[in-house]
Design a protein around this ligand. Structure first.
Ligand code: HEC
Ligand code: HEC
Length: 628
């Protein structure tokens, strides 16, 4: 039996286990995301696009009335991520009559140091996307969607239940005979949550809440929550143990130096691949490959020619230009803090970096190189490059600083005649390639394979971490914001909710947290009709049309032009977009759709303040090319 999407509490021995699965329902039927089939009791038609929440502090009641607390039980459940259950291990066998848990967290957990949660832990903010960042604590329940307002227009709604006082206890009678493996299936009815006993109407009660003290919407949600859960059935499972296979490290050399991964103490712990541990030797090889033009078909382009280390590894082109001059459809993405990402590219089509890095190599409008050909070139003795005048300049700018004692390999210039791709050029005398030796140090044997190339590049990319901007120094109390930057930060991290006296620019919902990035995809209102379908191309769902990966705003001053197609030349233009340019298509994110037409109204001075704040996110290391 496999528990999909659940956080597995490590099993310390053989004990009985209880799996609790919670299925979101609406009036008894399975939730249909993004479908306008629902109505509030005030008759407003609405859809639900996001349900993400935290449950914790599970306890079981014995027949004598006493409670067995299952300590450290916490789960992040999310409809989109297909996470719907929690598995409780080492539960003593026996009979129980009720189960209880919190929707939300107790104050200790809610205010725990987020940097202490390992990758994959349900409270790791980069996993769950529910942390309030600078405001402290988590959103316990995020429920969002769109609704049709009185004028028939699409509007967003976003109910975010947070703050200690709103953690809500659910107690359900459940006659459990816990023997070996038992599964308790619960339903969570969102119609009840929005309607009973207290009905909510987006028009009358407001289409958003952030649970500030005294907020009536939050109070209604808290009142409705206990009735929204019910027991569907109890299942006794087979005794099959769940093996949590940890993949062993791939190709570990006999001698290696572990690489010291650097990050900010305020970052959540990243999910580093266990089968590709960071080794100084492997990082060095990855870096050499990253800066080597042989990676492209005509030896004209390295990864670093699009990902410039002095531009936070982006370029300043609207859209990328390939080795043979072709112009691609998308803006080059900057490369840093990739260790916290789970999906790569603007549309998230690559699930991990090692899969990602092989794509630009083979992409016909990028490096256009077959992997067989690449391996041949790297192995071949005849292909040690001659560095020409033009290229030695490039070597100056991009030459790899090998972290090992192995000789670094320079970027290269046009090819010898010996390539199987038939590109001509002056034949060079066969010379020994450095690569087999570099692969041997990094992987324990000199064979070069596409897999090893991808593992080395993955190692290198994971080491590009950015965490030392003025913003970080201000957070650490080492520097001070100017008044304008401070105003920008307030706008950035405050919601726009006039009904409750909040007039911020509401950026933190998507770009919040210490990484300035939610690991998600959103439509930020660029278009009404989409030339590039974005996320829909990957998922096939129309509900994902026009959604793109939410970019980190760290180093954003270095990465103009902006957006997946590079349509905005300056940050001022970006802010103007969020203030006056929002396009209301069907998939516009509810957190933006809830704003007035056009976007959050911002004065010219406030727009400048936001730009000033964004300029404090630049890490000098990523500006001078030192971050390699
Ligand atoms: C022709 C320019 C170009 C070259 C060469 C290039 N890239 Fe990229 N890179 C891009 C573009 C454009 C994107 C976004 C593409 C998309 O979303 O479809 C991107 C995206 C990425 C991403 C995803 C980042 C994220 O946050 O999701 C990584 C990682 C990356 N490139 C690494 C590499 C590596 C490694 C190489 C060399 C093997 C390389 N790139 C070569 C232009 C280039
Ligand atoms: C609903 C989520 C959401 C909200 C709220 C939001 N953004 Fe974005 N932002 C995105 C997405 C998604 C993109 C990328 C869109 C694309 O390229 O198609 C983006 C792109 C950007 C970019 C361009 C970054 C780059 O590297 O190209 C900047 C700058 C930016 N946002 C700033 C802001 C500011 C400032 C605010 C508040 C006024 C804000 N965003 C509010 C989702 C959001």
């Amino acid at each position: 039996m496999l528990v999909l999407g659940a956080f597995v509490i490590p099993s310390l021995g053989l004990g009985a286990s209880l799996q609790i699965q919670i299925t979101p329902k609406v009036s008894g039927d399975n939730l249909q995301p993004a479908s306008f089939r629902y109505q509030t009791s005030a008759g407003e038609t609405f859809s639900i696009t996001r349900l993400s929440y935290l449950v914790s502090d599970f306890a079981l009641q014995r027949n004598d009335g006493s409670w067995l607390e299952l300590s450290n039980s916490v789960a992040w459940l999310d409809f989109d991520a297909n996470r719907n259950s929690i598995r409780l291990e080492k539960v003593p066998a026996g009979e129980f009559c009720s189960v209880r848990f919190l929707v939300g967290l107790n104050p200790n957990l809610n205010h725990a140091d987020i940097a202490g949660f390992p990758a994959g832990h349900p409270l790791n903010p980069s996993l769950n996307g529910l942390h309030w960042s600078w405001q402290g604590g988590y959103i316990f329940l995020a429920l969002e969607g769109l609704w049709r307002n009185a004028a028939g227009q699409l509007d967003g709604w976003a109910y975010h239940l947070a703050r200690d006082l709103n953690a809500t206890r659910i107690t359900l009678a459940a006659p459990l005979l816990i023997t070996n493996q038992t599964k308790l299936e619960l339903d969570f009815d969102l119609a009840t949550l929005l309607n009973a006993p207290r009905p909510l109407s987006f028009r009358q009660d407001g289409s958003s809440t952030h649970s500030r003290p005294g907020d009536p919407v939050a109070a209604t949600l808290v009142a409705n929550l206990p009735g929204a859960f019910r027991v569907r059935r109890i299942v006794q499972l087979s005794a099959t143990e769940i093996a949590i296979a940890q993949p062993p490290p791939l190709y570990l050399p006999a001698k290696f130096t572990p690489y010291e991964f650097q990050m900010s103490a305020t970052f959540p712990l990243p999910n580093l691949p266990r089968d590709n541990p960071l080794l100084v030797e492997r990082v060095a090889l990855g870096k050499t490959l990253f800066f080597d033009k042989q990676i492209s078909i005509n030896n004209a382009q390295s990864c670093a020619d699009c990902h410039l280390s002095e531009k936070a590894f982006a370029d300043n082109r609207r859209t990328a230009r390939g080795a043979q001059g072709e112009i691609g459809p998308r803006n080059t993405m900057p490369l840093f803090n990739l260790a916290w990402k789970r999906e790569f590219f603007w549309d998230g089509r690559a699930k991990n970096l090692r899969e990602q890095v092989l794509q630009p190599i083979q992409n016909p409008i990028e490096m256009h190189q077959s992997l067989t050909n690449l391996v041949f070139k790297l192995v071949s003795t005849g292909l040690r490059p001659v560095v020409s005048g033009v290229a030695s300049e490039t070597v100056g700018a991009h030459s790899p600083q090998s972290l090992s004692d192995e000789p670094a390999r320079p970027s290269v210039t046009p090819p010898s005649g010996a390539t199987p791709d038939g590109t001509g050029g002056t034949p060079v005398l066969p010379q020994k390639s450095d690569y087999p030796a570099l692969f041997a140090t990094a992987f324990g044997s000199p064979e070069i394979t596409p897999e090893k190339i991808s593992l080395a590049l993955e190692n290198y990319l994971l080491t590009l971490t950015s965490f030392n901007a003025k913003f970080d120094r201000v957070q650490r109390g080492e520097e001070k914001f100017t008044a304008e930057e401070q105003r920008g930060f307030e706008l950035f991290s405050t919601e726009y909710d006039p009904r409750r006296g909040q007039f911020g620019a509401d950026c933190f919902h998507c770009h919040g947290g210490s990484l300035f990035q939610s690991q998600s995809f959103a439509n930020n209102g660029l278009d009404l009709a989409f030339k590039d379908l974005g996320r829909e191309q990957v998922t096939g769902k129309t509900a994902d049309r026009g959604k793109f990966s939410v970019p980190s705003l760290r180093n954003v001053a270095l990465t103009a032009p902006y957006m997946h197609d590079g349509r905005f030349a300056t940050l001022a233009e970006v802010i103007e977009h969020y203030s006056t340019g929002l396009q209301r298509s069907a998939t516009l994110d509810p957190n933006l759709a809830k704003h007035p037409d056009g976007g959050v109204p911002l004065s010219a001075a406030d727009q400048r303040a936001l730009v000033a704040f964004l300029n404090t996110l630049t890490d000098a290391k990523f500006e001078v090319g030192a971050a390699r």
